[in-house]
Design a protein around this ligand. Structure first.
Ligand code: AMP
Length: 420
């Protein structure tokens, strides 16, 4: 990482308990009630410095516990502030993530007087306007909708003390950085800023150069790392047999909560439809769905009404559902970072999970590149004989790797083994 000149990298933290952190009793209680027994590594390294008021750059994967790493210092700092003014702003790339952060805020801060609101597009502005007008101290917002409120003069940031940019690399991917810069140019300069990002592309580094002062750098993982605790495997199968393989996989033991990724909105709808035709109920989440539909799909999944959720990459950003047992790549992502983001939806906070990829002949090269990016060998099993393609032989010149090839991560046995 080409880090900002003025930043300093932290010493590894020796903090192992929340009790060792300068947190108020009411926050400790909130943390206990969330079931958090020990801080995750990013929390141990971020929270003490952030409570001291330092700017932070956190280079951390999703699932690392970064949300509490910034929320607890915010809550601690604002603990004795009078109500009714906006002191903290968290910018997130998606409405799902905004809702999720606001949800954590409510739970972690339940024994404080502090209140938050999630501000995002696709719903009416009036409720949000009312909340922004003197009823909250913390705003969690997506950039576009927040700018709409700012342009109408509906939000007063004169008292703002803390800004968080969450998942900055995704804001960049989604084209939000110009909006983010506009918002930042209207905020008080004298404030604490924390920036979290799974990867640090040059534009994000420039943003941190421009808007952070002497940041404390917390670098959790190299950019190519996927969370430990995930077992990766792949099945080589013809593109037109993927849904059959998916259905059979879903019948396997342990498939209680499965997130399936497809490349486009259209393909997401098609996979869900094909599953429905085979009697498998699946929720759907993508950019063409209304906010109400997305919330319903997510809630249904969370509550176990349907064990499968099919999503596109962007819509899945910020999905946080406890205990996703498996992520299935129905379509192979374009690059290693997207793969890491996808599979990061399982094995959250150091639990275990499985990532399964359905690789068609056309996707083998992409998948090879992903393997290289991750630096691991992924178990592959060729299912093209078991699930033969109904339409003729494969085109000449493109062949799968040797039949029934099964490679294993060096020295590792997969924790999950799938048989048909
Ligand atoms: P995040 O990376 O912030 O999206 O968090 C990922 C998941 O880890 C969420 O489900 C959190 O509730 C959970 N989590 C965060 N901190 C802890 C902790 N200290 N102990 C256990 N789980 C945690």
């Amino acid at each position: 990482m080409n880090e900002p000149k003025q930043g300093t990298e932290e010493e590894p933290s020796s903090i192992e308990q929340f009790d060792q952190m300068p947190l108020s009793d009411s926050l400790r209680k909130g943390v206990r009630e969330m079931g958090y027994r020990q801080p995750t590594p990013i929390q141990a390294r971020t929270i003490p410095e952030a409570i001291r008021g330092r700017d932070i750059i956190g280079s951390a994967q999703t699932g690392s516990g970064k949300t509490a790493a910034f929320l607890l210092p915010i809550l601690e700092r604002l603990m004795n502030h009078p109500r009714g003014r906006v002191y903290a702003l968290v910018l997130t790339p998606t409405r799902e993530l905004a809702l999720q952060v606001e949800g954590f805020l409510k739970m972690l801060g339940r024994h404080t007087h502090l209140r938050g609101v999630a501000v995002y597009g696709g719903v009416g502005m009036e409720d949000q306007r009312r909340a922004l007008h003197g009823s909250v101290e913390i705003v969690v917002a997506t950039p576009g909708r927040l700018l709409d409120h700012m342009r109408r003069g509906w939000v007063d940031f004169r008292s703002l003390e803390i800004l968080v940019l969450d998942e900055a690399d995704r804001m960049l991917d989604m084209g939000f950085l110009p909006d983010v810069r506009t918002i930042l140019s209207h905020l008080p300069r004298d404030r604490q800023t924390m920036l979290f990002s799974a990867t640090m592309p040059p534009e994000v580094l420039r943003l941190s150069h421009d808007f952070l002062t002497h940041p404390h750098l917390v670098r959790m993982q190299e950019r190519s790392a996927a969370a430990a605790g995930i077992s990766h495997s792949a099945f080589l199968v013809g593109a037109n047999r993927k849904t059959d393989v998916l259905c059979d996989l879903l019948k396997q033991e342990g498939m209680e909560s499965v997130l399936v990724f497809a490349r486009t909105k259209h393909r997401v709808d098609r996979v869900a439809h094909q599953l429905a035709m085979r009697g498998v109920k699946a929720g759907v989440i993508h950019g063409d769905k209304s906010q109400a539909q997305r919330v319903r799909a997510l809630e249904g999944f969370r509550r176990g009404h349907h064990v499968v959720l099919v999503a596109t990459d962007i819509a899945a950003r910020g999905i946080d559902v406890e205990g996703i047992s498996c992520v299935i790549n129905y379509d192979i992502p374009q690059d290693g970072d997207t793969y890491i983001h996808r599979v990061g939806r399982t094995a959250r906070a150091q639990t275990q999970g499985a990532a399964i990829s359905l690789v068609s002949r056309e996707e083998v090269d992409d998948f090879d590149r992903i393997e290289q990016h991750l630096g691991i060998k992924i178990t592959r099993e060729d299912l093209s004989e078991k699930y033969p393609s109904p339409v003729g032989p494969p085109p000449a010149g493109r062949r799968y790797p040797p039949q029934n090839r099964t490679t294993r991560s060096s020295g590792q046995r997969p924790r999950h083994s799938y048989r048909f």
